[in-house]
Design a protein around this ligand. Structure first.
Ligand SMILES: Nc1ncnc2c1ncn2[C@@H]1O[C@H](COP(=O)(O)OP(=O)(O)OP(=O)(O)O)[C@@H](O)[C@H]1O
Ligand SMILES: [Mg+2]
Length: 422
């Protein structure tokens, strides 16, 4: 799969721009605060259904404008397609597939698939469990649309159950039957969602082992499993998972009334990551954690390819500058035959890779572009007026804290409603 081009109108700091990409490596470069991450964010909206860093959709609208628009054209092995999104200040976000409006955001998830990798993801091993759950949720959603529906349903039941748990004892007495009903519903959804997570993690474990092994020359062996209070082993059947979640919810109801929240379920589960039998969440070094994070992102791409037969688009926001020489070399050795769109402040060295598409961004506009080739030592960059430019910047990389999970309150990634403003 590859992203052919993206067009923006009044999106973030981009008034109007149309960017073309090649199916190989594309480098969006420029000084700080010019709009590089904005572009990756704009592309990723079509994979995830929402921004990875905006708290509200309206943040995406250019200052002093009423609406923003983006259109992405991508090609997969069978066809060329167009996805559009319109965001209005008055509220609401509308997606279009080949110019036809879709009813729900979740309907477009999975059409265009991408793996996003930002510096904050390098901390996934040591971050809180919610960050690892979101990694799973975002990855699985792109492959299995039903997963999004289940998460949305789970979130809604959880919210209603929590509302009862928060009630005064004298009021909640009349809701006893309802809370039992919600517990059953949650347990059933937990079994389905945990089952899909476990399936995904088996593949993740396989690929992370393979990448990590290559990176670390077989010195260390990672292992990834699903960690849930309701699970004892990976071979658990759906029925057994459901019964265990159900038991946990029933047995702990008094505790839950005291704390006013549901204490068990897939919103509390985690990914257990080990290296040579030790829990990496607590014992891995910074280098080991980064290699594992890198392996997880590469694995995400492989699993996506297993499902659909083609690689997703890889979006790397400022990660190459965050990695040391060995890891950078490793990642570059792995990205051939895949489309990669990456951002960087520093000039990057792609000596061994031909046909790299360089796009320089300045103040939300494409300033210059160039496709390198075998005799590319003549570093010529040209802007639309035909002027030649030197694109090197001496600006330090301030490494914007762009987190995949910024501004998110809940684990559930997709709003099932129309015009989803969170
Ligand atoms: N809604 C908006 N309207 C106009 N400008 C915006 C809007 N949202 C963000 N910006 C501006 O976009 C600019 C570029 O942001 P972006 O994060 O893409 O920069 P960048 O090129 O990735 O920089 P860095 O190298 O520091 O990561 C910022 O100066 C920001 O103020
Ligand atoms: Mg940036």
């Amino acid at each position: 799969m590859f992203c052919k081009n993206i067009e923006f109108i009044n999106y973030r700091n981009i008034e109007k721009e149309n960017l073309e990409f090649t199916d190989g490596i594309n480098v969006i470069h420029g000084e700080n605060a010019q709009g590089k991450t904005n572009i990756l964010e704009g592309i990723y909206i079509f994979a995830r259904g929402k921004s990875f860093r905006a708290f509200k959709d309206r943040e995406l609208i250019r200052f002093n404008c009423d609406s923003a628009y983006a259109k992405l054209t991508y090609e997969n092995k069978s066809s060329s397609n167009e996805l559009g999104v319109e965001i209005h200040k008055s509220g609401g976000k509308k997606f279009y597939r080949n110019k036809i409006k879709v009813n729900k955001t979740s309907e477009i998830i999975g059409d265009f698939r991408a793996v996003l990798f930002c510096p904050s993801h390098l901390g996934i091993i040591k971050d809180s469990p919610s960050v690892r759950r979101r990694f799973l949720d975002v990855a699985i959603s792109q492959l299995r649309p039903i997963y999004i529906k289940m998460l949305a349903k789970y979130n809604s039941v959880l919210e209603q159950r929590n509302a009862i748990l928060k009630m005064e004892p004298s009021v909640r007495i009349q809701y006893e039957g309802i809370i039992n009903h919600y517990s059953d519903e949650l347990a059933s959804l937990c079994a389905d969602i945990a089952g899909m997570r476990i399936d995904y993690i088996k593949k993740l474990d396989y690929w992370v082992k393979a990448f990590f092994d290559e990176m670390m020359k077989g010195r260390e062996t990672p292992k990834i499993t699903y960690e849930a209070n309701a699970k004892e082993n990976d071979l658990e059947s759906r029925e057994s998972l459901k019964n265990k979640y159900s038991r946990l919810l029933k047995d702990n109801l008094e505790r839950e009334y005291k704390s006013g929240a549901t204490l068990y379920g897939i919103h509390k589960d985690d990914l257990k990551i080990e290296i040579n039998g030790r829990d990496a969440r607590f014992y891995s070094s910074q280098g080991q954690s980064r290699s594992l994070a890198l392996a997880m992102k590469m694995a995400e791409g492989e699993i996506s390819k297993e499902y659909s037969g083609e690689y997703p688009v890889f979006l790397f926001d400022d990660v190459l500058s965050e990695l040391d020489e060995n890891r950078r070399k490793y990642i570059l050795s792995k990205i051939e035959k895949r489309q990669v769109i990456l951002t960087s402040c520093e000039p990057l060295d792609f000596d061994e890779i031909k046909n790299v598409n360089f796009i320089e961004i300045k103040n939300g506009k494409r300033e210059t572009y160039k496709i390198s080739n075998e005799s590319a030592d003549t570093e010529v960059f040209e802007n639309e007026n035909g002027d030649f430019e030197n694109t090197e910047s001496d600006e330090p990389d301030e490494n914007g804290e762009d987190s995949l999970f910024d501004g998110e309150e809940s684990d559930i990634i997709i709003d099932e409603n129309d015009g989803d403003e969170e």
